[in-house]
Design a protein around this ligand. Structure first.
Ligand SMILES: [Zn+2]
Length: 430
């Protein structure tokens, strides 16, 4: 075997296991694997999870937070400020900021990212072009899926039909949509129809930004039902993901239930983006501001596949972020009040197996024999502590190759009399 990981915790109720890896796959999981691997890693009882999956990240808009700071913090302002900056996008700068995000993600144990570069008349195809380049550059570290995302609308913005075709020709492998950013409900429906037509013609999955508002009074922000019907009608069950869907959270349970039932029947994946949704949501509420999240609990209880992701990293939409699925999972757990052991385990699933379903890699994913060896080993000893400790990612493996080793040393000094000096902090990566 190429690598044997010794003494790994994959289940708090069961003994530690060894994991054998060969030719990029998990070939054995047993309490003791006989024989030695070419490389032996003593995990010392640390926890292993399958590599994190970020189904919704924006690379080319990351790290713009200091260029043109947002003042009020509304969605409208974020779109406007980012629009100004998007018009100035320059290749080397986009690559540099995207690499900062990807490096963070790799270090945090993410082994697959679905990036959503904007495709619009403002920045053209630079987001797709750079993502295609980075997909190759990072191929040994993570898999990168690329969504052609028409952030400024399709009908509203001239030339986007053509740009979408070009983006897919260049190598984008998912059809995106932003149906709320149109001028009328008829145009929103036409936008959705175009997305489905394009996806069907190209045989590609769909991943749209949808219903991103505090309420669903304006029909452009209540398109989930229409999308679910369209999904069933076109046989696209299991191949449609929707990000945000916050308007649904504003409906009464009676109003939301039929929509949620339809989403489940359509096997639509919901990706909640808590860092952005909570930051921008409820801004106009003077008293008791809404949390502005999709109804995660109701969706989960109805059997809808729910995952979460970082969305933006440090820009007007989301001023925080370190591309860390454990940090976002911890935030989400607080916001949706998932605190019991079972609920915390569910949050970990949302960042791993559920997210893998969103991006269509379930067959090859997970800690099981035969699956691709995408593994993150956390510096903690019980799975139940993963969201509590937010531990260092001691090792990360991508396709059976070690891509990250993290050591963190810390001690409490009570007059230890030793030298307290440290090495200078590592320079920010690139
Ligand atoms: Zn997004």
């Amino acid at each position: 075997m190429d690598i044997v990981l010794r003494g790994v915790r994959i289940d708090d109720e069961r003994p530690l296991v060894d994991i054998g890896v060969e030719s990029g796959r998990i070939v054995e999981i047993a309490e003791t694997i006989e024989g030695r691997g070419d490389e032996e890693i003593e995990a010392g009882g640390r926890v292993a999870l399958p590599g994190f999956v970020e189904p919704h990240l924006h690379l080319e808009k990351a790290f713009l937070h200091r260029r043109l700071p947002a003042r009020t913090g509304t969605l409208e302002e974020a779109i406007r400020v980012t629009g100004v900056l998007k018009a100035q996008q320059e290749r080397e700068d986009v690559l540099e900021r995207s690499r900062r995000v990807l490096d963070m993600a790799v270090r945090n144990g993410t082994t697959l990212i679905r990036a959503h570069p904007d495709v619009d008349p403002i920045q053209g195809l630079i987001g797709v072009e750079t993502a295609v380049e980075l997909r190759k550059e990072y191929q040994d570290l993570l898999d990168l899926q690329i969504v052609a995302f028409p952030q400024e609308g399709i009908l509203k913005a001239a030339g986007v039909d053509d740009l979408m075709e070009q983006a897919l020709d260049m190598g984008a492998d998912v059809v995106g949509g932003c149906p709320y950013n149109e001028l009328s409900w008829d145009d929103t429906k036409a936008h959705i129809d175009k997305v489905f037509d394009l996806a069907a013609r190209r045989g590609l999955p769909i991943d749209m930004h949808v219903d991103f508002a505090d309420d669903a009074d304006d029909r452009r922000f209540a398109s989930a039902r229409y999308i679910a019907e369209k999904t069933i009608e076109t046989g696209y069950q299991g191949r449609v993901a929707l990000g945000h869907v916050t308007s649904l959270g504003a409906l009464s349970p009676d109003e939301a239930k039929p929509v949620i039932d339809l989403l489940r029947r359509a096997d639509i994946h919901i990706v909640t983006l808590p860092a952005t949704d909570v930051y921008l949501g409820g801004r106009k509420d003077e008293a008791r501001p809404r949390r502005g999240l999709t109804p995660v609990r109701a969706l989960h209880e109805a059997g809808v596949n729910v995952a979460y992701s970082s969305n933006n990293i440090r820009n007007a939409f989301t001023p925080f972020g370190r591309a860390d699925p454990l940090q976002i999972g911890n935030l989400l757990a607080h916001l949706v009040q998932f605190g019991t052991p079972d609920q915390q385990a569910e949050i970990l699933k949302m960042g791993t197996v559920n997210a893998a379903r969103v991006v269509g890699v379930s067959d090859d994913y997970g800690l099981a024999v035969g699956k691709q060896a995408d593994i993150v080993i956390l510096d903690t000893l019980t799975v139940a502590d993963a969201l509590l400790d937010l531990p260092a990612r001691s090792w990360v493996l991508k396709r059976g190759r070690v891509t990250v080793v993290t050591t963190v040393e810390s001690r409490v000094c009570r007059g230890c009399g030793e030298n307290h000096s440290l090495k200078a902090p590592q320079a920010a990566p690139r």
